[in-house]
Write a protein that binds this ligand. Structure first.
Ligand code: CA
Length: 231
């Protein structure tokens, strides 16, 4: 059964939509604030999040940005505003689709099916990569280290995947910034890469002084290698 988290502060809309989704076989959890929505998104690991943009505590866009730092769950933004700027901001912040109120429950269900299909097809036919005891699956975006799951944010995963697709090769910070963040190399960008690399290292149980998988080539970039010696 597909679990849907609906972040919606209007109780009438929340009840109506959750009833129609429940009738279609979805399991729906309702959150009336951005903060509770974020907490439930992490606790319950829903398969889809429906996110209202006009919330009482945080803006839906803020919720989306915070959620995207830690999760790649498909998000459909629901908004009463149909101006281009809002829609573009929502999509740029990581929304997978959007719906403008009012809309029918048939359309909502169709949009949910569409994002689930896209999520299931993942990045296409990429197959998992294994480097010593590190396993990275781009389809499910799951990483395992010696059989234990490693909990990575979206950017950390993208960074690791970029390095893992070119094992033994030095990837420059410029390439990482472009490949993972879609940004040109500019002041401040290098720092973003460094910070995410250090988070990634910590989650892989290593640090820059004692690297295992991620080796810095000073002044050039980073390469992912098969570690020497036991874990
Ligand atoms: Ca609202």
């Amino acid at each position: 059964m597909t679990r849907v988290l609906m972040v919606e502060d209007d109780p009438a809309i929340g009840r109506l939509l959750s009833r129609s989704l429940t009738e279609r076989g979805y399991v729906v959890t309702l959150a009336a604030t951005g903060a509770s929505g974020l907490a439930l998104a992490l606790q319950e690991q829903p398969e889809v999040v429906l996110l209202d943009l006009g919330l009482p505590d945080l803006s839906g866009l803020e919720v989306l940005q915070m959620l995207r730092a830690v999760s790649s769950v498909p998000v459909i933004v629901v908004t009463a505003q149909d101006d281009d700027r809002t829609v573009v901001m929502a999509l740029d912040s990581g929304a997978d689709d959007y719906l403008v109120k009012p809309f029918g429950s048939d359309q909502l269900a169709a949009r949910i099916r569409a994002v689930l299909r896209r999520a299931a097809s993942g990045g296409g036919s990429d197959s998992a990569v294994r480097i010593a005891e590190l396993e990275i699956d781009p389809t499910t975006r799951l990483v395992q280290l010696a059989g234990e799951p490693v909990d990575l944010s979206r950017k950390e995963f993208d960074l690791l995947w970029l390095l893992a697709t070119r094992p033994g090769e030095v990837v420059t910070k410029r390439e990482m910034l472009a490949g993972v963040w879609g940004l040109p190399f500019a002041s401040g960008g290098e720092r973003t890469v460094d910070v995410h690399l250090s988070w990634l290292r910590r989650k892989l149980g290593e640090n820059a002084a004692e690297p295992r998988f991620l080796h810095t080539v000073r002044g050039v970039g980073v390469k992912l290698v098969v570690p020497e010696g036991p874990a």
